[in-house]
Design a protein around this ligand. Sequence first.
Ligand code: 4H3
Length: 225
Amino acid sequence: MRFIILTLFPEAFKSYFDISLIKRALSKKLIKIEVRNLRDWAKDAHKTLDDRPYGGGVGMVMRADVMDRALTALKSKIKSQKSKVILLTPQGQVFNQKLVNKLADYKTLILICGRYEGFDERIRKLVDMEISIGDYVLTGGEIPAMAVLDTVARLVPGVVGKFESTVNESFSDGLLEYPQYTRPENYKGMKVPKVLLSGNHKKVEVWRKQQALKRTRKRRPDLLR
Ligand code: 4H3
């Protein structure tokens, strides 16, 4: 799977892609990441990407013409594969694991990271979808782009190994994960539930399912609706 990130700050991504599972996925060529600087498509001598909003008001707005040139150039290199152009914005569809699963079916994702106060409205016409990672505003779309890349990449076969496993985790069955314990058996009087020490796999499985349901009901009843 291929990810193309369009940003004004390519250096923001380096350290995150150079660790752990993403680093391994890159070296095993399971995923490919191209981080491109939007400024490469700015035309004038000052390489401007933003301008003042028509009608007045505070802040600068990202120009649609620069974005159009960037997307046209990038899309021309993608040969009829299953691809999607995604704009990261607080106005987008709220991101969740269900959407991650859908995005994992694509061959190429182009992730657009904004800066400044917002986008020229015509940029929205150039993209396939808008995603928000939650109801809050960041200084740029880089963190949302990393969240989308990370969550989708870990569903690419081979990226997450047996030890990390995506099977029994929060949201894999629409529920929060059951409580987990490791040694020591008794820590400052807080004991590991007896059932987990019983060796009875059937009982453990039933307990975990009950706990997952109970926890989801208490913490995230919205997930059960
Ligand atoms: C996405 C982008 C929050 C999210 C973002 C989110 C800065 C977009 C600027 C950048 C615009 C403000 N903040 N919730 N911020 O996914 O370029 O709208």
